[in-house]
Design a protein around this ligand. Structure first.
Ligand SMILES: Nc1ccn([C@@H]2O[C@H](COP(=O)(O)OP(=O)(O)OP(=O)(O)O)[C@@H](O)[C@H]2O)c(=O)n1
Ligand SMILES: C[C@](O)(CO)[C@H](O)COP(=O)(O)O
Length: 279
């Protein structure tokens, strides 16, 4: 961060990746365009960002094929509202492409970029202010996040172990005599049935939740730090912080609210609608 000029006050810009299709949402359109409490989801998100005076401008990054945004967010106009249709195949690609557009708008390496999911439509301006207050004098930057409250289970190894058990039983069945084959085959069927008839995963282990936080957005980093971090490798990067961490930095965790959840699953729409209507 020593590359950033001393004495120059950095500005804050928001970048909203909105090029996803919402495959997990079960909606009949990209989830950011689903109406909630009288407006498209993304309109709520953008209204919250517009209410943060320290954000100089907001860039929305859409899919190149998007033909719904202007109708969904008619209020997103004026000199502080920028739109680019250069979204990528992944969220990380969309953000990286958006950073290039910010550069073309004159955003400097020392300026802050707050990346915020279009799908976190419950955002409140006060939480954004808290993030800016916490990060603006920091070397690295940070993100809104929430300490994990639930006990965490890992299912991954259990799924693999169950499959291995089934495979071993099937091999035994092939080699066995007719009499024992029946027993082994029954065991193999039972082992397979345990995973396939219910379709439910099994617990492999309980993860120690101490010190674990669930990452939210906005995630706030300098353009000159975030752009090279994302350019260094987008494989498996699901948020900006992990790209910055891979460069050896430790972003700040700024506690936010459970209400700042990401609308992801079908049931999330009703919850978001209820919360929006209650405000
Ligand atoms: N190629 C992509 C994928 C996602 N996003 C955006 O990243 C945010 C968070 O991603 P997520 O909730 O995963 O949205 P989708 O990718 O649309 O959903 P899904 O993973 O269920 O398909 C959303 O605002 C989404 O529009 C994006 O801009 N470009
Ligand atoms: C950035 C993010 O919202 C932080 O929780 C999340 O990683 C996005 O993940 P997704 O897989 O694109 O939903």
């Amino acid at each position: 961060m020593s590359d950033f000029p001393i004495g120059v006050v950095p500005r804050c810009f928001a970048l909203v990746p909105a090029a996803g299709v919402g495959s997990r949402s079960g909606a009949d359109r990209p989830k950011q365009y689903v109406p909630l409490a009288g407006q498209a989801m993304i309109a709520h998100t953008l209204t919250a960002l517009a209410a943060v005076p320290r954000i100089e401008a907001t860039l929305v990054v859409l899919s190149p094929e998007d033909d719904q945004f202007e109708q969904a967010a008619p209020g997103f106009t004026g000199p502080r509202s920028w739109v680019a249709r250069c979204g990528g195949d992944t969220r990380a690609e969309t953000v990286a492409n958006g950073l290039q557009v910010l550069r073309e708008h004159g955003v400097a390496p020392h300026d802050w970029v707050l990346v915020h999911d279009a799908a976190r439509c419950l955002l409140q301006p006060g939480w954004v202010d808290r993030l800016i207050d916490a990060c603006q004098d920091d070397e690295v930057g940070g993100l809104l996040a929430l300490p994990v409250a639930d006990t965490l289970k890992d299912a991954t190894a259990a799924t693999a172990a169950t499959a291995a058990t089934a495979a071993t039983a099937a091999t035994a069945a092939t080699a066995a005599t007719a009499a024992t084959a029946a027993t082994a085959a029954t065991a193999a069927t039972a082992a397979t049935a345990a995973t396939t008839t219910t379709g439910l995963p099994r617990v492999a282990s309980t993860v120690d939740r101490r010190g674990k936080w669930a990452a939210q957005t906005p995630q706030m980093f300098r353009l000159g730090l975030l752009a090279p971090a994302l350019a260094a490798g987008l494989e498996g990067v699901t948020d900006e912080a992990s790209a910055v961490e891979a460069m050896g930095h430790q972003p700040l965790l700024v506690e936010a609210s459970m209400e700042n959840f990401k609308v992801t699953w079908p049931a999330d729409f009703a919850l978001a609608e209820r919360l929006l209507r209650s405000r």
